[in-house]
Design a protein around this ligand. Structure first.
Ligand SMILES: [Zn+2]
Length: 306
């Protein structure tokens, strides 16, 4: 796994690591899918490295074990992981107190080496989990590294934030997104359109990569919303989308929202449409969570905007 961009942020992390603090607690903040989690693991590698070299020498026993952990997380391998890293992944729901308690007792267990805790998308901790973690952050055990990643720090307790050294990660540049996509596909036109829709993050490009039909339908649907013509075309789209599973339907909505943001950025929309679009879009998303038929939602948005 290779880090894309973020050179300044990495220099800052290396500086923190080189200071050999008794304990170090960090917040990695920035958009989803820009590499924060990978950098958190490589920070752990630097912290655990026998030679204490930057983000890890990559060659020592500890570095190799951390590399195994990274491979297990990203490539679903089953290699011997580094025993001193606890990772709480985001699994699409709130982070419960049990996982946090478990992680805290792991940090306090005696060990001759450092311990690392990484919490992904920490904004999903509930109140109980947050309070438990706060106590540990107030008096962290010696020789520990705690890293929280988040794309929405406003949802994290301010008292937690104040205990962390914050590193803000910028969006990826178009060039950086392109460099990643070139490794995966060769169709240049496709790469260009994925870069365009990326908004500085790899979330949408990666999701769309194997879901071209979702992308195409979202594109046509959004154009129909703007032109307010061809209801018959709309019916055929809404019938296809009606059969989507939750994941594809959410992606369909994410793509439409991104098209809308792109239009807003380039000031291509009149205010009235923009305002109405947002209201209808939110209403539609809300209806979807309540199990309203997808076809009805899509047709509803179209007619209410007309
Ligand atoms: Zn090393």
């Amino acid at each position: 796994m290779k880090i894309i961009g973020h050179h300044k942020e990495i220099e800052l992390i290396k500086t923190y690591l080189s200071k050999n603090y008794d304990s170090l607690s960090l917040l990695y903040e920035g958009k989803d899918c820009i590499g924060k989690k990978l950098i958190a693991f490589l920070t752990a590698r630097g912290f655990l490295c026998e030679k204490k070299e930057g983000l890890g020498c990559g060659q020592c026993h500890d570095c190799k074990l951390v590399n195994n952990t990274v491979s297990n997380v990203y490539e679903k391998t089953n290699l011997t992981p580094h025993p001193n890293i606890k990772f709480i992944p985001y699994e699409g729901r709130e982070i419960k107190i049990d996982s946090v308690r478990d992680a805290i007792s792991f940090l306090t267990l005696k060990s001759d080496k450092g311990k690392v805790l990484i919490i992904e998308k920490a904004e999903n901790m509930n109140t109980e989990s947050s309070n438990a973690l706060l106590k540990t952050l107030e008096e962290p055990p010696l020789n520990t590294l705690i890293i929280l990643t988040t794309s929405n720090q406003n949802q994290i307790l301010p008292t937690i934030i104040s205990r962390l050294k914050k590193i803000r990660f910028k969006k990826l540049s178009d060039e950086e997104i392109k460099d990643v996509l070139i490794q995966k596909i060769s169709d240049e036109r496709k790469i260009e359109s994925l870069v365009k829709i990326s908004g500085g993050s790899l979330c949408l490009p990666f999701s769309i990569l194997n879901k071209e039909n979702v992308y195409n339908l979202a594109h046509s649907y959004y154009q129909l919303l703007k032109t307010k013509k061809h209801p018959e075309a709309l019916f055929s789209i809404s019938s296809v989308v009606d059969k989507f599973d939750v994941e594809d339907f959410n992606l369909f909505f994410d793509i439409i929202l991104r098209f809308f943001e792109m239009d807003l950025d380039s000031m291509k929309l009149d205010n009235k449409f923009a305002e109405k679009f947002l209201t209808e879009f939110k209403k539609g998303k809300n209806a979807a969570t309540k199990g309203v038929k997808k076809k009805l939602i899509l047709e509803g948005i179209y007619y209410n905007l007309k």
